[in-house]
Design a protein around this ligand. Sequence first.
Ligand SMILES: Cc1cc2nc3c(=O)[nH]c(=O)nc-3n(C[C@H](O)[C@H](O)[C@H](O)COP(=O)(O)OP(=O)(O)OC[C@H]3O[C@@H](n4cnc5c(N)ncnc54)[C@H](O)[C@@H]3O)c2cc1C
Length: 285
Amino acid sequence: MVLTIRENVPLAPYTTFRLGGPARYFLDAQTVEDVVEGIRFARERNLRVLPLGAGSDVLVSDAGYDGVVIRLLRLRGKRINGTYVYAMAGEPLPKLARELAEEGLSGFEYLVGVPGTVGGGVAKNAGAHGGEIKDILEEAYVVDEEGEIKVVGGDSLSLSYRTSALPDMGILVEAKFSLTEDDPRRILGKMEEFIRYREKTQPWKEKTAGCMFKNPPGGYAGKLIEEAGLKGFRIGGVRVSEKHANFFINEGGTADDAIRLIDHVRERVFKVFGIELEVEIEIVR
Ligand SMILES: Cc1cc2nc3c(=O)[nH]c(=O)nc-3n(C[C@H](O)[C@H](O)[C@H](O)COP(=O)(O)OP(=O)(O)OC[C@H]3O[C@@H](n4cnc5c(N)ncnc54)[C@H](O)[C@@H]3O)c2cc1C
């Protein structure tokens, strides 16, 4: 098997924010064996490994990543066994949500508007509209830093609000979800509502990384940023969305602009409300 690992590959095109510098090494994995080989390649050279899905929750620094990026978006496939679904890490969440709805399987519909993959979704415990992946994850197939494939129970991945033990515990290559039966028309109807709500409330078509900050207990980060007077505030080519203040929009800026805007927003919100916002996205350095 010939493994194609490219050098000095710009990462911005592989992220929804479209920001940041290159990866020292980049592997577009298509099979689980590619992932194992990629990990071994990194180990032999004593390099770090960064798994990447759809890149919808990352801000890559302008300096890029001095290690091996293993992208999983091409690792596709799913199988259904009763109400259990086995999905490979690269399956896009919106596509999977629609396919499962057509099959009359409920429990995934709130992910229809989350532009990530199964791997990134589990790693970030993606959620919306009152649901989160934690509720449906049964098992995960993970390649650890030795290149060994392990099956772990969903409970042992410590999924909580937009975080988990991944990727520290390894690279997820497949996940098993437990869903329930429902009428496809009802599920599809709910999904259309979720999509309409997003289109109305979020800068859906812009270059963003989704919500920049976690909601603090009992509040909303977007509301605090808006009330601190920061809607539309800009540093360089990155600005706070007017539509939803927890989204930053890249209009031809740099990762450094985005990082400075993060710092500015955190400082301002702390000054006005005494609340420390926690960054939700992953900053890759
Ligand atoms: C417009 C927009 C709307 C969004 N709305 C929501 C929302 O409603 N709810 C929500 O939760 N999120 C939302 N997000 C954020 C994002 O889509 C989710 O966090 C998604 O689950 C990330 O998946 P990804 O494949 O893009 O992950 P990436 O951005 O590629 O990676 C995110 C993190 O997961 C790790 N990772 C990726 N794949 C794997 C793997 N196979 N194994 C181990 N670790 C891995 C990465 O190393 C990184 O740390 C939104 C983003 C955008 C741009």
